[in-house]
Write a new protein. Structure first.
Length: 278
């Protein structure tokens, strides 16, 4: 990623103390959420709080090791081999969709989403029971990711997706923020949402959003969007409310992502010129 991207390459670290120090740097606070460039096994991931506090008191234990046997072969080498085997058909499909998305990036997102749904027992035909999920977080003990199989929402799916992207050698970031379908709709309120930010493969300094918890259809087609401006930690770090528009690489629908409160008011946005507007 270019120097203004806010995403940084991962370097191997041998000492446990250094790993802890690096891990602390990789999770950074944004308003009412976090920006995490690397997630580790046994880490506690801050998810949210309550309507009465901005503190992220709700936590999730990332017991990625439980899935190790099932994702042992989820490597860049194997994914690229699968891509080469399917490249021709994939490129034809993308061409028919009139999209200029990098085929390998889309293939990778598809593989990550499929694996996340498999590991977390996501059934697109059966809506999750939000009450059951919230009960897991109300207990005295911090719930583990593996304990939420069949009950996951955007936060858990994006966290595991980020971990798989790390295994595949991809520069990315897990982000918990807010989203809106239409910032100009006065009847719509922002909602809390977690998603993944990727380096744009063909436009240095630009970014993509992999909205892993909201596939495009029941067929589990990944929803990947190109952001209006580089979606970076530096852009968000000092903002209490800001939305960035992002256009889907398939069929061109637009969604807004950013930071703020679920009941935010003025819905400030940023356009390609990097000029904020109300």
């Amino acid at each position: 990623m270019g120097r203004d991207s806010g995403l940084h390459s991962t370097k191997p670290i041998s000492e446990p103390f250094q790993e802890e120090q690096e891990s602390a740097k990789d999770i950074r606070l944004i308003y009412c959420g976090i920006w995490a460039e690397r997630l580790e096994n046994n880490q506690e991931l801050p998810l949210g709080g309550s309507i009465f506090s901005k503190e992220l008191t709700k936590k999730l234990e990332l017991d990625f090791m439980v899935f190790d046997e099932e994702i042992n072969n989820f490597t860049e080498e194997k994914i690229r081999r699968g891509y080469e085997e399917n490249k021709k058909n994939l490129m034809n499909w993308i061409k028919q969709a009139d999209s200029d998305i990098d085929p390998y990036t889309y293939f990778l997102c598809f593989q990550v989403q499929q694996k996340v749904h498999e590991l977390l027992m996501v059934d697109l035909d059966t809506p999750i029971n939000l009450y059951d999920r919230e009960e897991m977080y109300r207990g005295q003990k911090t719930p583990r990711l593996s304990e939420l199989k069949g009950k996951t929402a955007c936060a858990e799916r994006a966290a595991l997706g980020q971990y798989l992207l790390q295994k595949a050698g991809v520069e990315s970031a897990y982000v918990s923020g807010i989203t809106m379908q239409n910032v100009k709709n006065i009847d719509e309120f922002p909602e809390a949402h977690s998603f993944i930010v990727l380096q744009h493969p063909t436009e240095p300094g630009s970014t993509l959003i992999f909205d892993i918890a909201r596939p495009r259809s029941q067929h589990n087609v990944p929803r990947v969007l190109e952001t209006e401006v580089p979606f970076t930690y530096e852009l968000l770090q000092d903002k209490k409310e800001l939305f960035v528009g992002a256009t889907e690489v398939l069929q061109g629908g637009k969604i807004w992502f950013g930071v703020g409160e679920e009941g935010a008011g003025q819905h400030k946005t940023v356009e390609r010129s990097l000029t904020e507007i109300d």
